[in-house]
Ligand binder design. Structure first.
Ligand code: CUA
Length: 171
């Protein structure tokens, strides 16, 4: 009887963590996903890659202020450039990138942020970044897209109390 109880407690010491650890991981997953909003970059929609030029918002690539301190960058990638390739936002901005490709697979990688997404023809990628520190944030295509892939880049200029890029169509 005594021996049986000892074995039971010994087993329990293994069973409890083996249940608690997966449950804890599942809770952590649910909390980060639904509570803290951590997601894989999602597909933000579809677009006909042959009609990018005439499909909003890609008919007018550029920066739009959607709320105070919040911007959306409507971006088109093509061999071997980004439109726009120079983006100005004030420090402290929240920026949503809405991006696609008009030809082959490209990528959008902003090294000083967590932004790293593939740009697939036909799909709209949506990624978010916050720019607190003023400075220059280069971004790159990080999917091999042909001979001049290594030149495909741009920059985000985060200005201390500065100005955003001129409104779309204002150039
Ligand atoms: Cu575009 Cu590499």
């Amino acid at each position: 009887m005594k021996r049986g109880t000892t074995i039971y407690l010994y087993e329990l010491a293994w069973i409890l963590p083996s249940v608690a650890i997966p449950v804890g991981m599942l809770v952590a997953l649910l909390v980060t996903s639904f509570g803290a909003g951590k997601h894989l970059p999602g597909v933000g929609g579809m677009v006909d890659p042959n009609k990018v030029d005439t499909t909003p918002p890609f008919d007018r690539p550029g920066v739009v202020q959607v709320a105070p301190g919040r911007y959306e960058v409507d971006m088109v990638s093509q061999v071997w450039s980004f439109s726009p390739n120079e983006i100005h936002v004030p420090a402290g901005s929240e920026v949503d990138f809405v991006a696609t490709s008009r030809d082959v697979i490209h990528g959008l990688f902003i090294p000083k942020t967590l932004t790293n997404v593939m740009l697939l023809p036909g799909q709209i990628a949506r990624v978010h970044a916050r720019f607190d520190k003023p400075g220059t944030y280069p971004f790159y295509c990080h999917e091999y897209c042909g001979m001049m892939h290594h030149t495909m880049a741009g920059q985000i200029i985060v200005e201390a109390g500065g100005q955003a890029s001129p409104p779309k169509g204002g150039q």
